[in-house]
Unconditional design. Structure first.
Length: 577
């Protein structure tokens, strides 16, 4: 169950912090009043109605948490309904991906999976009822003419010259539309409402259009398809939905939602709108995300840079972190831009509790310990997670040749550089103290290729007989036992905080981050990861949180960096306090 979410209008572009006192959001306040009044006999029944024309993103996760969470909080039900009324863009691939994503987030629609296409016959009958009541007509205007006749926000629309056809003629034409007698785009069925309405959605909206496209479930059974506005409310009514929760862009559509239900005289759910999620440094629009995929700016819908749930899952996000994030941003009545740093903060908090610590060297520098016994290999104890002793420990091999990070050595160290340098002693994590004695370089390039060190055999585990301490502790891997790995680093998909904040004529793709992906191909990770499976998450000491990618093969592991160790949001909150 999702706990009641913290209060509304927060986390705007100035990154205001969340309020401390939890209270009912406005949706739950409405529902509680409905329950007290006995409305719907006290039932709470919601639905999540995605269109199967793409993959779900983090914005959908917010809606999912609200739809399923509200129902769970009041002992109700939540349906999953595919709004599949546009066959040209929909497929079973997207249906299956949507189901997988919702289950991964931790929600269950039980046996209540529905499709708008299940209701095509009933929707057609509803449309015929409106025709017979003189509330709908067949229009022969072209799409361009319909747009022109619609008017603007300051200019009323004009009535179509076909608007006053008789009921008999409209019914005949509509039935012939269904029978396939007319070409695509030649006619539409429109509601007859008010072309002078101040709400453009009420200016005789289109209900049905002719479209000969094979439906992924219905095949070629239908050649006319209902619009979303006509499908939505009637589907809610058929399913007995009590509270139809929508994002804020549908607020202007609510009068039309109500009009259809009232004219048909059928069961009437209540539509309630909430602010959609806008997240900094990315776009949350299936249309724009599809454009990035189709044009090759990303490798696919599950590219780890994408805000899709499949991409986030591949990158290493946890469903718990996403649900926590959705809870923290709450349910608002106005749009705002949420800083992506808050999402990353939720992720770090969750990963810190659940991930095993391991050692990985991303820019390896070879170190030979000259006084370590030749051929000797030790197994050293290492805690898996200091935050959770129940995760136990593991054995890691140590030998006379190891790899350290190249940046952990300086031949001429600056002030306050406490890592390895000529003549300096440092501690190897879980192992020994070593001192650098010699530096080997490539004679042609001058690049440092190897260090020669000595170790103190009495310092195992970081303890020394004389009690001396060192300032620097380095992570490492045994060269003999290291596993080869490729590591992919990801940055924001867009360099602009709000890619929708564009000047006239600007393309949002202009702000794509050219450095959103960096690949390191010669990394070394500790041997305990040799059998790591795709989806496994780890904290690389001093490096960040990483997840094994599905691209991994037997000879080479591939890791995606999920998130760095540095917590920008924690700094923001501290500054605010």
């Amino acid at each position: 169950m999702i706990v009641p979410e913290k209060n509304t209008d927060k986390l705007d572009k100035d990154v205001k912090g969340p309020l401390e006192t939890p209270q009912l959001d406005f949706i739950r306040a409405i529902i509680e009043e409905d329950i007290k009044a006995g409305k719907h006999d006290g039932r709470v029944h919601t639905r999540f109605p995605p269109e199967p024309n793409g993959y779900l993103h983090i914005g959908h996760a917010k809606a999912i948490c609200i739809d399923f969470g509200v129902a769970a909080d009041y002992g109700g039900k939540c349906n999953l309904r595919m709004d599949d009324s546009n066959p040209a863009k929909e497929s079973m691939e997207f249906v299956e991906a949507i189901e997988e994503d919702i289950r991964w987030l931790g929600f269950d629609w039980e046996d209540r999976l529905y499709f708008a296409s299940d209701y095509y016959e009933q929707l057609y009958e509803y449309a015929e009822q409106l025709v017979k009541k003189g509330k709908a007509y067949v229009d022969d205007l072209s799409a361009a003419e319909i747009r022109e006749y619609r008017g603007t926000l300051t200019k009323p629309g004009r009535e179509s010259r076909y608007r006053n056809r008789s009921v008999e003629e409209n019914l005949d034409l509509f039935q012939r539309m269904r029978a396939g007698e007319f070409p695509d785009g030649s006619k539409v069925l429109r509601a007859k409402i008010d072309m002078a309405s101040g709400n453009l959605n009420m200016r005789d909206p289109i209900m049905y259009r002719i479209l000969r496209a094979k439906h992924y479930r219905r095949g070629n059974t239908w050649c006319i398809y209902p619009t979303y506005d006509f499908t939505h409310g009637q589907s809610d009514s058929i399913e007995g939905i009590t509270h139809s929760l929508c994002s804020l862009e549908f607020e202007d559509h609510r009068p039309l939602y109500d009009w259809y239900l009232d004219q048909l005289g059928i069961y009437h759910p209540q539509q309630i709108e909430f602010a959609r999620l806008n997240l900094s440094h990315t776009v949350l629009s299936k249309r724009l995300l599809k454009q990035l995929v189709d044009e090759g700016h990303v490798s696919g819908w599950d590219d780890p840079r994408m805000p899709t749930l499949s991409g986030m899952r591949r990158r290493g996000y946890t469903p718990e972190a996403i649900r926590d994030f959705c809870d923290r941003i709450g349910v608002a009545k106005r749009d705002s831009l949420v800083n992506i740093a808050l999402l990353q903060h939720c992720l770090r908090e969750d990963l810190n509790k659940r991930t095993q610590r391991v050692m990985a060297v991303l820019h390896p520098l070879r170190v030979v310990i000259d006084n370590y016994p030749e051929g000797k290999v030790e197994e050293l104890d290492a805690a898996n997670n200091p935050e959770d002793e129940s995760m136990g420990s593991r054995k890691i091999p140590f030998s006379g040749t190891i790899y350290i990070e190249r940046e952990d050595f300086r031949e001429d160290p600056p002030k306050k550089f406490f890592r390895l340098a000529p003549g300096r002693e440092v501690r190897l994590k879980h192992a020994y103290y070593i001192t650098c004695d010699r530096v080997m370089k490539d004679q042609r390039t001058g690049e440092i290729v190897e260090l020669h060190c000595t170790y103190d055999p009495e310092s195992r585990g970081g303890w020394t007989s004389d009690g001396r301490k060192v300032m620097g502790t380095l992570h490492w891997v045994s060269a003999e036992h290291a596993v080869n790995a490729e590591v992919r680093f990801y940055d924001h998909l867009f360099v602009k905080e709000d890619p929708f904040d564009l000047k006239e004529g600007e393309d949002f793709k202009h702000y794509l981050n050219p450095n959103s992906l960096e690949v390191l191909s010669d990394c070394k990770v500790e041997s305990t990861l040799a059998e790591a499976k795709p989806g496994s998450r780890y904290q690389f000491l001093r490096q960040g949180y990483f997840c094994v990618d599905s691209d991994s093969i037997e000879q080479r592991l591939v890791f995606n960096r999920t998130v760095s160790l540095r917590d920008t949001w924690a700094k923001i909150e501290k500054a605010q306090q």
